[in-house]
Design a protein around this ligand. Structure first.
Ligand code: BES
Ligand code: MN
Ligand code: ZN
Length: 501
């Protein structure tokens, strides 16, 4: 898919399909009325016939109208103008891209006057790109026959070219389109990795993808094997790999944008890379266990963000840290009650082998502090409790640092990739008391599980600017729409870009 912006009258633009909008309450937008006049009232006629009531996500395609330069005009329903927020805008873009017709290879949006509540024109242009790309995205690399609508646009591999019609010349707009493409590229990488099954997407596969990212985008990369991980005394991380035949990998990716010598004050992004979480000896129930292939979505979000950042080249340093392994039961697997020593030196009593994310992240957090980062953010499908608390709407944001939390919430808001702040008070820490080790790896079952997980991680980042994103509910969908979402790549990319200016 390709994107550009033009300042041209909608009726004069020569494309296969021109997209115009109609609100349920206000009727045609200004640019749609303009197209209507040029066609001698053909658009109003479609409305009068009852074919277009403005219902959100509805679409009619009108062909061979006179007075316009395009073969088709797609009239898309925008819903009620007061409800025209992020989601309604994305739905409208999606309806147009999906419904414009299989023969369409060039599309133009006359959408600058759609006025998304609380958003700028540049924001809408960027969101158009990510919505259009998400509409055409398919994970069919393991299907023997490509599914309908697969590839770039489902019409024989010819790329779809989309023009954003601007009301006036604005350099911000082409910049916004470029940002949208980079974010979409990052999200698609995250989705692709998330959707791959665990027999393909192993820790070593993730390492090979990191090497490829580094090669393609000029990033620094380091992959540590079991021996090197052991030499760093990551006893907590290694305890999770014990039951698996797949060797663990500890992956470090570096983007250098700040200039100067060395690698000063990077943002550290630490992603949970469990390529399959069976629970281990504390085995999970069978229902939906396949979805635990998504337990590396934190790692995928780190890779996706590194890719977006490498493309946009902000003046800032970023390091991605990904501990990756499988969590499986076997005769060699870690058992409930086992005590391990983390890289920090603190000992952990593993009361539940299914609380493994925190066990790999704590060592990765200790390692990440070597870079003297300006801020550390870990990203993890960490707890089912976070899904209970926030569903699939907001990612859980945990931080004891109010300024960092505010920055992340602002980035979440402007990226349209929401997060909700949750507590990390010390009052919850007592749940992690152990009679035999410095701490246990779980709290009281059914009692603030997402918070106690964050509290566990907090013990490994004393005196650092740190935040934790629990993406268990937002990184992927189950059911018929099963698949990775690419979240929170938009949030993280926005955060890094904002920090760089
Ligand atoms: N990967 C899971 C968390 C998870 C659960 C993500 C459901 C997405 C959907 C994590 O490793 C886990 O198993 N957590 C346990 C922790 C418990 C044993 C304290 C959980 O949430 O049940
Ligand atoms: Mn688990
Ligand atoms: Zn897990």
């Amino acid at each position: 898919m390709e994107f550009n912006t033009k300042t041209a009258a909608p009726e004069s633009i020569k494309v296969d399909c021109l997209v115009i909008g109609s609100f349920e309450d206000q009727g045609l937008t200004a640019s749609a009325r303009r197209v209507d006049r040029a066609t001698g009232g053909a658009i109003r006629a479609a409305v009068a016939s009852g074919d277009m009531k403005g219902k959100r996500g509805s679409l009619v395609v009108l062909r061979s109208l006179r007075g316009v330069g395009c073969a088709r005009v797609a009239l898309v329903g925008l819903g009620k103008s007061a409800d025209f927020g992020d989601k309604a805008f994305a739905d409208a873009v999606s309806a147009a891209v999906r419904g414009c017709g299989a023969g369409v290879t060039t599309l133009a949006f006359a959408a600058a006057d759609w006025k998304v509540t609380g958003r700028s024109p540049a924001w809408a242009a960027r969101a158009m790109v990510t919505a259009a790309r998400a509409t055409r995205f398919r994970s069919d690399e393991l299907k023997t026959k490509a599914s309908a609508g697969s590839g770039d646009n489902g019409n024989g591999g010819r790329p779809l070219r989309i023009t954003w019609l601007a009301e006036r010349r604005d350099r911000d707009l082409s910049h916004a389109l470029q940002q949208g493409e980079a974010i979409a590229n990052g999200m698609e990488l995250a989705k692709r990795l998330g959707n791959l099954p665990a027999n393909v997407c192993t820790p070593d596969y993730l390492a090979s993808q990191a090497r490829k990212l580094a090669r393609d985008w000029g990033l620094g990369v380091q992959v540590l094997d079991r021996r090197q991980i052991a030499a760093l005394h990551m006893g907590s991380f290694l305890s999770v790999t014990n039951g698996s035949e797949q060797p663990p990998r500890f992956i470090v990716l570096r983007y250098r944008g700040a200039g100067g010598r060395g690698f000063a004050d990077p943002i550290a992004l630490v992603g949970k890379g469990i390529t399959f979480d069976s629970g281990g000896i504390s085995l999970k129930p069978g229902a939906q266990m396949d979805e635990m292939k998504f337990d590396m979505c934190g790692a995928a979000a780190v890779f996706g963000t590194m890719r977006a950042i490498a493309e946009l080249k902000p003046k800032i340093n970023v390091v991605g840290v990904v501990p990756s392994c499988e969590n499986l039961p076997s005769g060699r697997a870690t058992k409930p009650g086992d005590i391990v020593t983390s890289m920090s030196g603190q000992t952990i009593e593993i009361l539940n082998t299914d609380a493994e994310g925190r066990l790999i992240l704590c060592d990765a957090l200790t390692y990440a502090q070597r870079f003297r980062p300006a801020a550390i953010i870990d990203i993890a499908t960490l707890t089912g409790a976070c899904v209970v608390a926030l569903g699939n709407v907001h990612s859980g944001l945990f931080s004891q640092d109010d300024a960092l939390a505010a920055e992340l919430l602002a980035a979440a808001k402007s990226a349209g990739d929401s997060a909700w702040r949750m507590p990390v008070d010390d009052d919850y820490q007592e749940q992690l008391k152990s009679n035999f080790a410095d701490m246990a790896n779980i709290g009281v079952p059914g009692n603030a599980g997402a918070v106690t997980a964050a509290c566990f991680l907090a013990r490994f980042v004393k005196g650092q600017r740190w935040a934790h994103l629990d993406i268990a509910g937002t990184a992927y969908r189950g059911g018929t729409a099963k698949g990775a979402t690419g979240r929170p790549v938009p949030l993280l990319t926005e955060f890094v870009l904002t920090r760089a200016v």
